[in-house]
Design a protein around this ligand. Structure first.
Ligand code: CP
Ligand code: NVA
Length: 311
C-alpha cells in the first residue's frame, strides 16, 4: 500500500519520517519487488528531474528505471550542464524546475544545497546522496536486512570504517526501528555529531543501543550485520593516501571479524566497493555477502518512495 502520509513531502533524511512511515515504505517495496509491474503506468504524464553533482551508477539508474516503470518521465540533469554550473543560484533553479516537473531528486556535494533546493521548490525534493546523508540507500539496506534475517527490531548492525554519509543515515534509520548499531572508526572519523545526537534521541523511544568505539572486534561482537563503505568518499580524493594509512589494515572487513559475529551474520556494502581497502575480496565475494540483493533493492525502494510522494 502507498504510504499516503508521504504525499507531497520532501525526503532529505529518514529523520523526517516516523517509524511507521519507514516500515510502510519497506512493505510497499517488498510488494513492488514481488510484482515488478504493480502500479505500472500509475504516474503517467508526470516528470521527475534528477540532478547529479557527483557520479552515480545505482542511484541514477534505479531512480530512472523506477520513474519509467511507474509511467513518468525521468530527466537526468548533470549539474555542470545546468546553468547551476555557471553560477545560477540553487534558489532560482528550484523555482524554475518546479514550474516544469513534479518531483526533484538531487545528489549534491553540500547537504545545505538540498535544504535550499527544498526551501525554494514548490515540488517535493528527494535526497539522492549528500555529504551528510543517503536515505534512499538506507531504505534499501533495511529492506535487505528484513528479507535476509526476517526481522529488524533487536538486531545488531556493526558499522566498520568511516563514519560517513551512509553511516549517518544507517544510524538514523536503525535508531527509529529499534536496531542496535555499533560503530567502529578511527578517532576523528566518527559519524556527524548532530546525527549521533538525533540517533540517541530516537533510541530512547525505540530501545536501540548506539555505541561508538575504535575497536572493530568489539563492534562486530554478536553482530547480525557487518556493514562498511569506501574509506574515500566522493569529494575526498585528496585525502586518499592519509585515509588509507589510517584505516588499513585495522578497519578492513575480513573473515576475522565474522569469527566474533553471529554465526549467520551477513555482509553489506552500498557499493561501489574497493576490494583490498575497506573489504577483503573473500568477504565481499563470499557466501555472507548480500551486496547484489542490496543493490537490486535500490530499485524497489526508490519506486516505493516516488510512488508514495507522488501518489
Ligand atoms: N550506493 C550508491 O549510491 O551507488 P551510486 O553512487 O552508484 O549511486
Ligand atoms: N560514502 C560514499 C557512498 C557512495 C554511494 C560516497 O559518498 O562516496
Amino acid at each position: 500500500m502507498i504510504v499516503e502520509s508521504l504525499r507531497g513531502r520532501d525526503l532529505l533524511t529518514l529523520q523526517d519520517l516516523t517509524r511507521d512511515e519507514i516500515l510502510g515504505l519497506l512493505r510497499l517495496s517488498a510488494e513492488l519487488k514481488k510484482d515488478r509491474r504493480m502500479y505500472s503506468g500509475r504516474l503517467s504524464g508526470r516528470s521527475v528531474a534528477m540532478i547529479f553533482e557527483k557520479p552515480s551508477t545505482r542511484t541514477r539508474i534505479s531512480l530512472d528505471v523506477a520513474v519509467a516503470e511507474l509511467g513518468a518521465h525521468p530527466i537526468y540533469l548533470r549539474f555542470d550542464e545546468l546553468q547551476l554550473g555557471r553560477g545560477e543560484t540553487v534558489a532560482d533553479t528550484a523555482r524554475v524546475l518546479s514550474r516544469y516537473v513534479d518531483l526533484i531528486t538531487a545528489r549534491v556535494r553540500r547537504h545545505s544545497d538540498l535544504v535550499e533546493l527544498a526551501r525554494w521548490s514548490d515540488k517535493p525534493v528527494v535526497n539522492a546522496l549528500s555529504d551528510l546523508d543517503h536515505p534512499l540507500q538506507t531504505l534499501a539496506d533495511l529492506l535487505t536486512i528484513w528479507e535476509k534475517l526476517g526481522r529488524l527490531e533487536g538486531i545488531k548492525i556493526a558499522w566498520i570504517g568511516d563514519g560517513n554519509n551512509v553511516c549517518n543515515s544507517t544510524l538514523i534509520g536503525a535508531a527509529k526501528l529499534g536496531i542496535h548499531v555499533s560503530i567502529a572508526c578511527p578517532k576523528g572519523y566518527e559519524p556527524d555529531e548532530s546525527y549521533l545526537k538525533m540517533a540517541r534521541e530516537n533510541a530512547l523511544g525505540s530501545g536501540s543501543r548506539i555505541e561508538v568505539t575504535e575497536d572493530p572486534m568489539k563492534a562486530a561482537e554478536n553482530a547480525d550485520v557487518i556493514m562498511t563503505d569506501t574509506f574515500v568518499s566522493m569529494g575526498m580524493e585528496s585525502e586518499r593516501e592519509e585515509r588509507l594509512r589510517i584505516f588499513i589494515p585495522r578497519y578492513q572487513v575480513s573473515e576475522r571479524l565474522f569469527e566474533v559475529a553471529k554465526s549467520n551474520a551477513i555482509f553489506m556494502h552500498p557499493l561501489p566497493a574497493k576490494r583490498g581497502e575497506e573489504v577483503s575480496p573473500e568477504v565481499i565475494d563470499g557466501g555472507r555477502s548480500v551486496v547484489w540483493d542490496q543493490a537490486e533493492n535500490r530499485l524497489h525502494t526508490a519506486k516505493a518512495v516516488i510512488l508514495s510522494i507522488l501518489g
